[in-house]
Design a protein around this ligand. Sequence first.
Ligand SMILES: [Zn+2]
Length: 125
Amino acid sequence: MNANDLNFRKNIFNKNNNEIYTELSNISHAEGYRVFDISNEQKFDLSLFVDDKIAPGLFKPDPENPKKFHANSITIRALKKDILLAGEDFDEFTHTYVCEKCKKELDLQFWHFCPFCEEHFRVQV
Ligand SMILES: [Zn+2]
């Protein structure tokens, strides 16, 4: 990756999904080919249902509908609802963070705040 790519990665958490999508489409190697194959995108719509009997930070798949999950209301509030990045090409966007309060390890791509203890993140992204 070149300097522009690294700059993109550093700023990704401050952008909306349309901005991220446009920038991903434009990233290319020095040799000219695209880094990310956006044409291969797939969308998955999942439904989340509140069940406060489930511990925070966990998802329970619905036994009858594979697109339906149950989770604690804290978990649902903490989750970024329109998660753009998934798949092998995006492993490098993993932003591992250990919550200062509960010490659980999280990936900041997916959370607004800690789904286990509701602590807000103390990182500069
Ligand atoms: Zn926490």
